[in-house]
Design a protein around this ligand. Structure first.
Ligand code: SF4
Length: 358
């Protein structure tokens, strides 16, 4: 069951994904990296770029020196005119005692904000306060029926606490969208129809189902080799590692159940990414070919718990600059940051093969 605990941790990063910013297309038809660099450089200098940025904040776990509230307030002030979307995710944001001050700083600036929580660590007082903010969405996570959910999180009683938090938030919210997020696991996928019916009865507006992002041990080795060539060579992945790919029968089980769920619930559910039968088999039973570039890294910034900035939410130790030391716009324009963006935008890392951000 150890791996499940890692899934619960890793999958929290899958929850980053509801954003509505406009993306400007960057064409990569010419594969010459120098050409791509120029296109990206033009893109980065586009006057409307900053209106397209998202700022993603993560709160992973205790033990890292977290950025200060004052650093964050300075960041909000610095980017306010650009009107970015803030997506606060984790780990678990509510592990930070001042999380409501962080949300308040975004709200006071009149900026859009979404927050993603496991729902098991929010107090009744925090739910009441959260419900008063004009947020775009609050996203809770459940993985399946009570026993499976608690096994996956490794925390007995976590299912009951999250369900209570969802009900409580629904009762008190005004316009904030209430989303439930879950991850596809072969052990839980057959239980999802029941889970979806249940959360619908709790008042949830929509359910997001994300495919499992994982690397096999072999892919992880290839990833490490590739990372050694990144402009920030220390990059490590945050992704779940499995010894091998899924068996065909497990992939077929997932495909069959997801097709039934889509048929039954239609647009009430959002599957990320939406794969056809062939794509789904590839995702779980083969190394999916890289077909697309990654635009995500070109319009989003990732603020790590320690305040470091990185373009990719799934890579750690490749932060370029910290919000404690520099203005975020300075970091964004830094040459080393651009080089890393361009490297990642080619989508060649094994890590990119099963990424929902492309
Ligand atoms: S596609 Fe690759 S570079 Fe882009 S966000 Fe995903 S893992 Fe990071």
């Amino acid at each position: 069951m150890k791996n499940y605990q890692k899934i619960a941790f890793a999958s929290l990063f899958f929850l980053i994904g509801f954003y509505s910013c406009q993306k400007e297309e960057v064409s990569f038809r010419n594969h010459d990296p120098r050409d791509a660099f120029q296109k990206v450089a033009r893109f980065l200098n586009a006057p409307n770029l900053e209106t397209q940025q998202q700022l993603i904040l993560t709160f992973e776990r205790k033990g890292v020196e977290e950025f200060l509230l004052a650093d964050f307030q300075r960041l909000v002030k610095s980017v306010r005119a650009s009107n970015p979307i803030f997506f606060i995710s984790g780990g678990e944001p509510f592990m930070r005692a001042d999380i409501l001050d962080i949300v308040a700083a975004v709200a006071a600036a009149g900026l859009r904000c979404m927050i993603n929580t496991n729902g098991a660590q929010i107090s009744a007082r925090q739910i009441t306060a959260l419900a008063k903010f004009p947020l775009q969405a609050v996203i809770f996570s459940l993985y399946g029926p009570e026993d499976l959910h608690d096994t996956i999180t490794g925390v007995p009683g976590s299912y009951a606490r999250t369900v209570a938090a969802i009900s409580d938030f629904h009762r008190q919210r005004e316009k904030t969208r209430l989303i439930l997020s879950t991850t596809v696991l072969s052990e839980t996928v057959a239980h999802l129809p029941h889970l979806i019916e249940f959360v619908k009865s709790l008042g949830v507006d929509r359910v997001k189902i994300e495919h499992l992002n994982f690397l096999t041990t072999e892919e992880q080795l290839a990833q490490n080799e590739y990372c050694a060539r990144t402009p920030a060579a220390a990059a490590r992945t945050m992704t779940l590692e499995r010894p091998s790919l899924f068996a065909r029968a497990a992939a077929e089980h997932i495909r069959y159940n997801l097709a039934r769920i889509k048929q039954k619930f239609g647009n009430y559910i959002l599957i990320k990414p939406l794969l056809d039968a062939h794509g789904l088999r590839e995702w779980y039973t083969a190394a999916p070919p890289t077909r697309q570039r990654c635009h995500f890294v070109l319009h989003s910034l990732f603020v790590r718990p320690n305040g470091e900035i990185s373009p990719c939410p799934f890579l750690t130790d490749c932060g370029i600059g910290s919000i404690a030391e520099k203005d975020i716009r300075q970091i964004w324009r830094q040459r080393t940051y651009r080089e890393l963006q361009i490297f990642l935008a080619h989508g060649k890392l094994p890590l990119c093969h099963r990424c929902c951000k492309r």
